[in-house]
Design a protein around this ligand. Structure first.
Ligand code: CU
Length: 107
């Protein structure tokens, strides 16, 4: 009986050690704006930090259609936000409405 319990205890410990830090860790992601376009939108999870980096010589914004964020991005600047809620959020640039993208935030 005792060796079996020890195996269960070991398996439980391994499961905890492997599963817990991975799901709890917040990641830093980047969205780069260049040539009047939002670049690739990374995979996101609630709690992650997104850095919006404007590499253009034009002033842009990253503005959520649901008004959850409105980030002012002067030329050659960057700003970071933490995404708190899971869900899809469409965004655009207030100065250039044809610039659009979607955040897909997983739980
Ligand atoms: Cu713009």
């Amino acid at each position: 009986m005792r060796p079996l319990l020890r195996i269960f205890a070991a398996l439980a410990f391994v499961g905890f050690a492997v599963g817990s830090p991975a799901s709890a860790a917040a990641a830093n992601r980047e969205i780069i704006i260049a040539k009047m376009q939002f670049g690739a939108v990374p995979t996101l999870h609630a709690g992650d930090v997104i850095t919006w980096r404007n590499d253009d010589i034009f002033h842009h914004t990253a503005t959520a259609r649901d008004k959850s964020f409105d980030i002012d991005l002067p030329p050659k600047s960057e700003r970071s936000i933490t995404v708190k809620q899971a869900g899809k959020v469409d965004f655009y640039c207030r100065f250039h409405p044809m610039m659009t993208g979607t955040l897909d935030i997983k739980p």
